[in-house]
Write a protein that binds this ligand. Structure first.
Ligand code: NAP
Length: 489
């Protein structure tokens, strides 16, 4: 495994949930695999007064909680590269020392991961610029949410751009770091088999499902202002749609890939007041059962008497271009659904004519199912003859195309891949500014249409697949949702 260049990774918000649950465990795993030069540093920054030692205690506990079978000696040597710097991003005090600290180690990549509320981005970026920490060796990483509509996303992007050149801005969408998403690129562009079929002549429709079993957790204040469309569709689901629908890029060069994704976003058929009612369904969960126990409804979780926030959304999207004309992309995502599963289903067309006797059974159309979580993998569903003597009966079987188990390879967490890509300066799996803005340009009219429609989100019982209108959305086209809670992905 190739060792990356020497770096300092500064995590603003280094004591927060994302840092402890995802970023630091991911860095530990890459360290344990020998990909990180030991002289590198990981510096957690937050306002709380803390010391290197007590911060290391927290990181040690986070690794124990989130990394299976971590080796105690390796954890200790990893912790030696972990430091803490107390700093308030909104105040000038301490920044000169911070600058001196970083500049004392010249000749290394500097990554600034803004794992804080977006309201701090401008304060952090301005100070990084004022202290000359935005040079050519710097990279800044920003997390979702990048705004709550086009106007606010533009403000954030402008704020970041005032300090960092776009070449140095890494907008992270961890779905793009998933092994299966990269496998989609390999399948499409590393084989001759799929690309001739990858169009409206051979593909009936595409389904993208991102289902969560959890409710609000501790994110009520944020979530009630966001909702499922902003929180999940604008970023994760649209990014996945782009990876399925884009034209072959000239290379895997970041801009070549991002140019193609941008074209898809710009080809999305607008959904607005005229068609939102038939092309979208929004729902909100009520009390029900989840993860084997009774759970309260959204309003009880939120502690408010009323809210029109969508905790579920289903959309019939269309990519209005030559390749995809007439192929619906059904998107659905929600909280308190029956299973935690993210998957893309490419449903091919029915065979044009069956030569089989009725006794052979029905011929199911081929399906390529890419599962992103929980068990990452790719399966191609094919018809074969049911083995054994007797008459010819057909059977649908999956061809497993992931092979990770066969090779005994463990699937890395998306953040492992993405964090090291930041150090490498590889922007391919990160969103460019114009992509984020194009995605908002498509989402904004849906939000506006919902706002003018006085109808509240449709209720659904926690532990079910959303409101019945979501089933109607696809069934009125003569199609059904793929059964995502079974393990037959
Ligand atoms: P969090 O748990 O609330 O952590 C926020 C961090 O920011 C803390 O370390 C906090 O420490 C620090 N902070 C707050 N004000 C500060 C200031 N003025 N100066 C310096 N540090 C300050 O948040 P989180 O869940 O980790 O999320 C971080 C960001 O990632 C958010 O934008 C969130 O939307 C996004 N995100 C999170 C997740 C996730 O799974 N958690 C997933 C996707 C995106 P002090 O209070 O000690 O300063």
């Amino acid at each position: 495994m190739k060792v990356v260049d020497l770096f300092d990774l500064v995590i603003f918000g280094g004591t927060g949930d994302l840092a402890m649950r995802k970023l630091l465990p991911a860095m530990y795993r890459r360290y344990a695999d020998g990909q990180i030069p030991p002289d590198s540093r990981i510096i957690g920054v937050a306002r709380t007064r803390d010391t290197d030692e007590s911060y290391r205690d927290s990181v040690r506990a986070a690794i124990a909680q989130h990394v299976k079978n971590a080796d105690a000696a390796t954890v200790e040597s990893f912790l030696a590269m972990v430091h803490y710097f107390g700093l308030d991003a909104t105040q000038d005090a301490g920044w000169s020392e911070f600058e001196a600290n970083l500049k004392s180690r010249a000749g290394r990549v500097r990554v600034f991961y803004l794992s804080t509320s977006p309201s701090l981005f401008v304060a952090i970026c301005n100070r990084l610029r004022a202290h000359g920490l935005n040079g050519d060796d710097a990279r800044v990483v920003i997390e979702k949410p990048i705004g709550s509509d086009l106007a606010s996303a533009t403000v954030i992007n402008n704020d970041v751009a005032s300090a960092f050149d776009e070449r140095h801005v890494f907008r992270i969408d961890h779905y793009l770091g998933k092994e299966t998403v990269q496998n989609l690129l390999a399948l499409r562009f590393g084989n001759v088999l799929f690309e001739p079929l990858w169009n409206a002549r051979r593909i009936d429709h595409v389904q993208i499902t991102v289902a969560e079993t959890v409710g609000l957790e501790k994110r009520g204040a944020y979530y009630d202002n966001a909702g499922a469309l902003r929180d999940m569709v604008q970023n994760h689901l649209l990014q996945l749609l782009c990876m399925v629908a884009m034209e072959p890029p000239a290379s895997l060069d970041a801009d070549a890939v991002r140019d193609e994704k941008l074209k898809v976003l710009r080809s999305l058929k607008p959904i607005d007041q005229n068609n939102a009612i038939i092309s979208t369904v929004r729902g909100q969960y009520r009390a029900g059962a989840s993860n084997g126990g009774a759970v309260p409804g959204y309003l009880e979780d939120l502690g408010k008497p009323a809210s029109n926030t969508d905790t579920f959304v289903a959309i019939k999207a269309e990519v209005d271009n030559w390749r995809w004309a007439g192929v619906p992309f059904y998107l659905r995502t929600g909280k308190r659904l029956p299973a935690r599963v993210s998957e893309i289903v490419i449903q091919f067309k029915q065979i044009p004519h069956s030569i089989f006797a009725p006794s052979a059974g029905p011929v199911a159309p081929n399906k390529l199912v890419l599962r992103l979580q929980p068990d990452e993998g790719v399966k191609l569903w094919l018809m074969i003859k049911s083995p054994g003597p007797g008459g010819l009966r057909l059977q649908e079987v999956p061809l497993d195309m992931s092979f990770a188990e066969a090779f005994g390879v463990s699937q890395p967490d998306a953040y492992e891949r993405l964090l090291l890509d930041v150090v490498r300066g590889n922007l391919t799996l990160f969103m460019r500014r114009d992509e984020v803005e194009a995605a908002w340009s498509w989402v904004d009219p849906i939000l506006a249409a919902w706002k003018t429609n006085p109808e509240a989100p449709k209720p659904y019982t926690a532990g079910t697949w959303g409101p019945s209108a979501a089933v109607a959305l696809i069934e009125r086209d003569g199609r059904t949702w793929h059964d995502a809670d079974t393990n037959d992905a």
